[in-house]
Design a protein around this ligand. Structure first.
Ligand code: RBF
Length: 381
């Protein structure tokens, strides 16, 4: 496509940072306008027109300034597949990017060796290609802060992490004391029930991929509070896989827990959780799922599922970052009352696999959280 005006354009500025993410799917008029806007010194994204664009409106109509190119990288500290939080992060982030115009994204999987994450994140920041790096898990705020200190113009969003006051980092954390309580209450109901897989022992399990502060100070205490709200005599058997991928080891842990009298296990172990699902299905025991809706992973075995609205939180945060309205230095906390943490009671598989009385107890528990009648503080980390 020939464009006569292109000769009048100033040469592309040398610092190509924000141009690098631009891909061929944009129309030339948009590119021209973006270059022109930059050349005129308009660096403020807040001036971009409100999105989404009205349907049918063609970019390049010339009355409004088209949005400047925006590039986001999703830095996954592990692998996307099999880790619900990372799957939701990419899903939500890609959704926000697709709904805006002129936004490009890239997914970088950093693998399971956490000793390499800081160096890999440093490379990503050093490329200067990304307006924002979006990442997830409670260990990432500290790593982002270390990298941020070396790249003062790099911005970060950490979903499922907490850090206040760093002007380059925005964090969002979910109230996992409440989330733990919800599944703990359900585990208590199941282990004290006459469901076919429940035994008379008051023993419930929790298998975690690793031990970390959010596990020790939010998820596990919340889970135990929920168990004890049903019956103070219920005991918790807590085990750690040691990584987020060893399904064989997770299956062995589950087997030894079942042998010791456990009938219900909450598993938070990334792709290692597959081993717990298999072992529980074979033994006719029960699993509770944590981050996303897990009922269909093993119908009848997964009898309870909490969920965090991580995809939605990521999409909203990304939208603001793209528009230039995101406040960095802020740590958001989202809980049940806000609508970002829930126990899923409306799934047909939940209704099929759990007696009506238990279902009703869980619906009432959710109602108490939603009304503010019940709530727990999520500590700062
Ligand atoms: N959860 C996963 O599902 N997969 C992972 O690979 C994974 N890696 C983690 C690494 C670290 C260092 C930490 C602190 C947590 C990790 N989590 C992982 C747990 C995740 O962030 C979250 O706490 C749980 O999924 C509960 O919401």
């Amino acid at each position: 496509m020939h464009h006569t005006q292109s000769k009048k354009l100033p040469p592309k500025p040398a610092q190509t940072g924000i141009y690098r993410g631009l891909v061929g799917r944009q129309v030339p008029a948009l590119v021209l306008a973006a270059v022109l806007a930059l050349a005129l010194g308009s660096t403020c994204r807040k001036q971009a027109p409100a999105e989404p664009e009205p349907p049918g409106s063609k970019p390049g109509a010339a009355q409004t300034t088209p949005p400047q190119p925006f590039a986001a990288a999703f830095f996954i500290p592990g692998f996307v597949e099999g880790s619900p939080n990372y799957e939701m992060l990419v899903e939500g982030g890609e959704r926000a990017a697709a709904q805006a115009s002129n936004v490009t994204t890239k997914v970088v999987e950093a693998g399971f060796n956490s000793a390499e994450w800081e160096q890999q994140l440093t490379s990503l920041a050093a490329s200067g290609e990304y307006d924002v790096i979006v990442t997830s898990n409670p260990a990432m705020p500290a790593i982002c802060a270390a990298v941020a200190a070396r790249f003062p113009r790099q911005k970060f969003i950490v979903i499922d992490g907490f850090l206040e006051g760093n002007p380059q980092i925005h964090t969002v954390i979910f109230n996992q004391v409440e989330q733990g309580y919800l599944v703990g209450y359900m585990a208590g109901l199941v282990t004290t029930s006459d469901m076919p897989g429940a035994n008379p022992d008051l023993e419930v399990g929790l298998i975690a991929g690793q031990q970390y502060p959010v596990m020790d100070e939010a998820i596990r205490p919340g889970f135990e509070k929920g168990l004890r709200a049903v019956d103070p005599a219920i005991e918790l058997d807590f085990r750690v896989v040691g990584n987020w991928y060893d399904a064989g080891k997770a299956a062995n842990l589950a087997a030894s827990m079942f042998d010791a009298g456990v009938d219900t296990i909450l598993v938070i172990a990334g792709s290692a959780a597959q081993g717990v699902l298999t072992e529980s299905r074979e033994r006719g025991r029960y699993v509770l799922w944590f981050d996303s809706n897990g009922y269909d992973l093993a119908p009848g075995t997964v009898v309870g599922s909490s969920a965090i609205r991580l995809a939605e939180a990521t999409a909203e945060t990304m939208e603001k970052a793209i528009r230039g309205t995101l406040t960095y230095g802020v740590a958001r906390k989202l809980d049940v009352r806000d609508g970002y943490v829930e126990f899923i009671t409306d799934d047909p598989l939940f209704r099929e696999s759990v007696p009506e009385g238990l279902q009703e107890e869980m619906r009432q528990l959710m109602a108490r959280f939603r009304s503010g009648d019940l709530g727990f503080a999520m500590p700062d980390f």
